[in-house]
Design a binder for this molecule. Structure first.
Ligand code: ADP
Ligand code: ZN
Length: 607
C-alpha cells in the first residue's frame, strides 16, 4: 500500500500544532530529510529541536539525539510523549531492565527518537546495537562542546567524529546556541561533517526586554520589579551565597514562593529546589551563577541580577534563560560601582596569568559601560557578538523611556581634580564626602577639609555624584584599582577632561517610574503580548488551574501539557469545538485527544 508521504508542514501542524516554521527551520529540515549534513546555530528558544524532530519522523528509522545533559533527557522524552512521539533515552539513570526495554523498542522499530549521552553512544555494545537498526539521522546537540574555543569543552565530544564512518549515509546535524565563527568552523571540522549546509540565525532575543538601574536600595528595587510578577517563574541572581540565602528568605517573608540555590548547599536540598523550580509555575529561584547550566524551563518569565555578572557575554547567557517559549520576558539588573570594585578584586586575587586578568578587567569595564548607556541597549549587545542592528530595538528601557541626560563636564572636572588632590588613594565614597564638604572622621583624619576641592561640589547630591563617578569609570576617565582596594586613579584620558578638551553627559538620576517594566502592563509586553481583559484573565487562571491538576495527575511539569501562550490564546478565543481548538498554536492531534474535552468543558462551564 502506498500513501503519499506527509510533508514537514503536515507534521508541524498535526503533531506540534504550529502553523508556520520559524526562521530557517524549514530549510534545515529539508536538508536533513534529503540526507545531507547540517550545522544549525539558533539562539536559545529559537526552535532548534524541531529541526531534528521532524526529519526523524519523516525519515525511516530512529533519530539519535546526542546530548551531554543527562538530567534533561527525561523531561524531553516526557514532552515528546505528550505529542504522541515515540521517544526514549538510554543513560545511567535507568535500571538494567529499563535499558533492556528501550533496546527492545529500538530493535522492534518502535521508536522515533532516542536520546543518548556521548559516552553511552560510543560504547561498543551501543554501536553494535545501533548497527542492527535503521537510523533516520544523528543530531548532536550542544555541539559547541566539541570545540576548545567554546566555553564547555568536553573530551568525549571529540570522539563523535567517528559517527560518519560508522553510519555512512545517515545525515548528521550539529546544533548550538553559542558559537562564534571560529567555534563554528571547529564544529564542522572536528565532527567531520560532510559538506554541511549552514543555518545561522541572529543571536538576538527580541522578546527579552532589558532594563538596568543604578543600585539604590536593591531589595526595594527588586520588590518593585517583582510586584506585578507574583504569578510568574523567574531567577534572581546574586553574587554571594550569603546574599542568596538572605534574599530568598526575605522574599518568602514578602509572600513569594522563593527558593535558594548555591554550590555550598546540601546537594539533596539543592536538587529538590531545582526540581521544584522546574515543575512550578510561580517560583522564584534565588541563586548564584552555579544555577542555570542546562536549565531548560521554557516559561521562565524574568531573570533579575542584583549584582553585576562577570562580563557582557555572561550576562547575555544568564538572561537568555528567560522566555525560551518565545513569549515576552524581562531581564532586569541593578548595579553599583561597589560591584565593580568587588569583582575587580576577585579578578586581581585570582591565580590567572596577568594578561588574562587584564582581559577580565576590560570585560568588566565594558559591562559597566553598557549599564551606563543612555541609548538602545540591544544594539551594542549584538555588536559585541559581531552583529549589527541598524535601528534601536524598541524593547529595552532606554528605547521605551529615553533617559534624560545632563551636561556633567564641569562636575567631572571637579571630581577628577578632587581624586588628584586626595592622592588617588580613595574610593568614590570618600571623594564624594570631600566634594560635598562633609566633615566626617575620615575627612578629618586626612585633613581633607583643608583641600582646595573641599566643598566645591555641594550643589549636587550624593546620588548624582555616585552616578557621575560610575560614568567616569565606565568612560575610562577614572580607573578603579583592584590592587589598591578599588581606589580611584586618573587615566591617560583624564587629562583631556581636566583641560576642558572633552565633555561628558550623564544620565539624570530620577526615581524609576512605577509603571516601568511592570508585567503585562509594561511597555515590553504591550508591543509583544496584548494584555488580557478581565474575563479572559479569569479564563486564563482557570485554565492554569486545570493544567496544574492534569500535570500533577501525570507527574509532569505543567509546561509540557500546554505553554502559557497556548492557554492565553484559548482564553481569548474561547473555542467551543474541537476544530476551533485545533486551530490554536500548540495544540496538535495528540494534545487534542488527551485534553480537548477537558478544555472545552471548562470553556462551557465558564461561559
Ligand atoms: P531551542 O532548543 O532552540 O532552545 P526549542 O527547540 O526548545 O528551542 O524551542 C523553543 C520553543 O519554541 C519550544 O516550546 C518549541 O515548541 C517552540 N517552537 C519551535 N518551533 C516553533 C514554531 N515553528 N512555531 C511555534 N513554536 C515553535
Ligand atoms: Zn533598545
Amino acid at each position: 500500500m502506498t500513501t503519499a508521504l506527509p510533508s514537514a508542514q503536515d507534521v508541524l501542524q498535526r503533531v506540534f500544532g504550529y502553523e508556520q516554521f520559524r526562521g530557517q527551520q524549514a530549510q534545515a529540515i529539508a536538508t536533513l530529510v534529503e540526507g545531507n549534513d547540517a550545522l544549525v546555530l539558533m539562539p536559545t528558544g529559537g526552535g532548534k529541536s524541531l529541526c531534528y524532530q521532524i526529519p526523524s519522523l519523516l525519515r525511516n528509522g530512529v533519530g539519535l539525539v546526542v546530548s551531554p545533559l543527562i538530567a534533561l533527557m527525561q523531561d524531553q522524552v516526557v514532552a515528546m510523549k505528550q505529542l504522541g512521539i515515540r521517544a526514549s533515552y538510554l543513560n545511567s539513570t535507568l535500571s538494567y531492565q529499563e535499558q533492556q526495554n528501550v533496546i527492545d523498542q529500538a530493535l522492534g522499530g518502535e521508536l522515533d527518537l532516542l536520546y543518548l549521552a556521548p559516552e553511552r553512544l560510543l560504547q561498543e555494545n551501543t554501536l553494535n546495537l545501533l548497527s542492527q537498526i535503521s537510523i533516520a539521522l544523528i543530531a548532536i546537540d550542544e555541539a559547541h562542546c566539541v570545540s576548545s574555543w567554546g566555553h564547555d569543552f568536553r573530551q568525549d565530544y571529540l570522539l563523535l567524529n567517528q559517527l560518519g564512518e560508522r553510519f555512512p549515509g545517515v545525515p548528521r546535524v550539529a546544533l548550538t546556541a553559542t558559537a562564534d565563527a571560529r567555534t563554528q568552523a571547529d564544529i564542522v571540522q572536528r565532527l567531520a561533517l560532510n559538506n554541511p549546509h549552514q543555518f545561522i540565525e541572529s543571536f538576538d532575543r527580541p522578546t527579552i526586554c532589558y532594563s538596568v538601574q543604578p543600585k539604590t536600595d536593591a531589595k526595594k528595587q527588586l520588590l518593585q520589579f517583582l510586584g506585578p510578577r507574583k504569578n510568574q517563574a523567574g531567577i534572581v541572581y546574586c553574587l554571594s551565597r550569603r546574599s542568596v540565602e538572605s534574599i530568598a528568605s526575605w522574599l518568602q517573608g514578602q509572600g513569594f514562593h522563593a527558593l535558594a540555590y548555591h554550590a555550598g548547599m546540601d546537594a539533596e536540598v539543592r536538587s529538590e529546589h531545582q526540581a521544584e523550580f522546574l515543575r512550578g509555575e510561580a517560583v522564584v529561584m534565588v541563586a548564584t551563577i552555579a544555577f542555570g547550566m542546562g536549565i531548560d524551563k521554557p516559561d521562565v518569565r524574568f531573570v533579575a541580577h542584583l549584582d553585576l555578572p562577570k562580563s557582557l557575554e555572561a550576562y547575555y547567557q544568564e538572561t537568555g534563560r528567560a522566555g525560551r517559549d518565545g513569549a515576552a520576558a524581562d531581564a532586569f539588573m541593578v548595579f553599583g560601582l561597589q560591584d565593580v570594585v568587588r569583582l575587580s578584586q576577585m579578578v586581581a586575587a585570582s591565580a590567572a596569568a596577568e594578561d588574562i586578568k587584564r582581559v577580565e578587567q576590560n570585560k568588566l569595564e565594558a559591562l559597566l559601560g553598557w549599564c551606563e548607556l543612555t541609548s538602545c541597549r540591544r544594539q551594542p549587545l549584538l555588536e559585541y557578538f559581531d552583529e549589527t542592528m541598524p535601528k534601536p530595538c524598541g524593547n529595552c528601557d532606554n528605547c521605551l523611556l529615553p533617559p534624560k541626560t545632563w551636561d556633567a563636564t564641569e562636575a567631572a572636572q571637579k571630581a577628577l581634580s578632587c581624586v588628584y588632590r586626595t592622592g588617588q588613594r580613595f574610593g568614590a565614597g570618600h571623594v564624594i564626602d570631600v566634594l560635598r564638604g562633609a566633615v566626617r572622621d575620615k575627612v578629618k583624619q586626612f585633613n581633607h577639609q583643608d583641600l582646595s576641592t573641599f566643598g566645591i561640589g555641594a550643589d549636587l547630591n550624593e546620588r548624582q555624584w555616585r552616578s557621575l563617578f560610575r560614568a567616569l569609570v565606565a568612560n575610562g576617565l577614572l580607573f578603579s584599582d583592584p590592587n589598591a582596594y578599588g581606589a580611584l586613579k586618573l587615566t591617560n584620558s583624564s587629562r583631556a577632561m581636566l583641560k576642558g578638551e572633552r565633555s561628558l553627559k550623564v544620565r539624570e538620576e530620577v526615581e524609576p517610574p512605577k509603571s516601568r517594566g511592570s508585567g503585562s502592563s509594561s511597555g515590553s509586553s504591550k508591543t509583544l503580548q496584548e494584555p488580557l481583559t478581565d474575563a479572559q484573565e479569569i479564563r486564563f487562571e482557570s485554565l492554569r488551574e486545570l493544567r496544574r491538576e492534569m500535570a500533577e495527575e501525570q507527574g509532569v511539569p505543567p509546561y509540557v501539557i500546554f505553554h502559557d501562550s497556548t492557554l492565553r490564546q484559548i482564553a481569548k478565543a474561547q473555542p467551543t469545538s474541537g476544530e476551533e481548538l485545533l486551530s490554536i498554536s500548540g495544540i496538535g492531534q495528540s494534545k487534542m485527544e488527551k485534553y480537548g474535552d477537558a478544555v472545552l468543558d471548562l470553556m462551557t462551564e465558564l461561559d
